[in-house]
Design a protein around this ligand. Structure first.
Ligand SMILES: O=c1[nH]c(=O)c2[nH]c(=O)[nH]c2[nH]1
Length: 309
């Protein structure tokens, strides 16, 4: 007879692909392309793990059907915003099934850009641009209310100059030279968290503007903020990016970044009689592994947090 206890559990369906078309009477058509993860938790499910008792198990197949059902029946304005869609699925599950105490829904989007011809937007044709992925997560829980997070990952950027890394700790294990100018590349992961609110308030936050703003600040600081790059490091640029997002969007509680430092090294062409190091560097080789990894969560000072409540 087993004596172990289940400390935590969550089960559901992952990678539910939903492509939803919204057909407007004007002839314009819109499209979202989502991959959805839905996970249910609750102590009522413990016997399904410990006793093989499935009485209260909502089949993962039914969870998948619920996602399709909501994709068909929710209003367009909700479907088009991943945070709102995630929240509707999560709250639906918690409200419909009394024994579900928490539902976690993560929606990942694959962006389709509307085609443009001579400046005019096409009514129903789209092209996949870039690899960056937007995502949103809503966790609705009976006891805590709803927690929403938005973010993006795989935004790949590179700059050929105006980045340095100087003045770092040196000891017998240090071989890296001071770098007054270097190539810099990263694949940005950024996410922003909203305070716990009730769902009525959460339904009215400007999720799309925050996503656009976060992306803008990320690219603008990467390309243009001389202070953080020319004189400092990935760490200091990360902080400036996050601070800008927090200052523009009062509803955001904290911002997390993960910035890999994908190294590009100048090839030593000395043996070919060519100078290609330091200020002569023009030919580089990207290093697949390892990369640096700089991460931080940045939030408001405690006093400012209190004032916002
Ligand atoms: O911006 C950087 N931060 C670091 O901490 C670091 N470490 C390193 O080797 N190169 C860099 N670059």
């Amino acid at each position: 007879m087993e004596t172990s206890i289940v400390k935590s559990q969550a089960y559901g369906k992952d990678r539910v692909r939903v492509v939803r078309v919204i057909r407007h009477s004007s002839g314009l058509q819109e499209l979202v392309d989502y991959s959805v993860l839905c996970l249910l938790s609750g102590s009522a499910f413990t016997p399904s793990y410990t006793k093989g008792d499935n009485k209260l198990v909502i089949a993962t197949d039914s969870q998948k059907n619920t996602i399709y059902y909501l994709a068909k029946t929710l209003p367009a304005a909700t479907l088009l915003v991943p945070e709102l869609f995630a929240m509707e699925v999560a709250t639906f599950m918690v409200q419909k099934y009394k024994h579900v105490t928490e539902c976690r829904v993560k929606v990942t989007t694959r962006p389709w850009e509307r085609m443009q011809f001579e400046g005019a937007a096409h009514g129903h044709s789209f092209v996949r641009e870039g690899k960056e992925v937007r995502w949103a997560e809503a966790v609705d829980s009976e006891s805590n209310g709803c927690r929403v997070v938005g973010g993006f990952f795989d935004l790949e950027v590179l700059k050929t100059t105006n980045s340095s890394f100087m003045g770092f700790w040196r000891d017998e294990l240090t071989t890296l030279p001071e770098m007054a100018d270097r190539m810099l590349s990263t694949k940005v992961q950024c996410q922003w968290q909203f305070p716990l609110r009730d769902t009525t308030q959460l339904r009215h936050l400007p999720y799309d503007s925050i996503y656009q703003g976060a992306k803008h600040h990320t690219l603008d600081v990467f390309a243009n903020d001389e202070r953080s790059w020319v004189h400092a490091s990935v760490q200091s640029a990360l902080y400036v990016m996050a601070d800008r997002i927090l200052r523009q969007f009062g509803v955001v509680d904290d911002v997390y970044y993960a910035l890999p430092n994908i190294h590009y090294f100048p090839v030593d062409l000395g043996k070919l009689g060519l100078r290609n190091l330091a200020e002569d560097a023009e030919v580089y080789v990207p290093l697949a592994d390892p990369s640096g990894l700089i991460t931080a969560t940045v939030s408001r000072p405690p006093v400012e947090r209190k004032a916002r409540l």
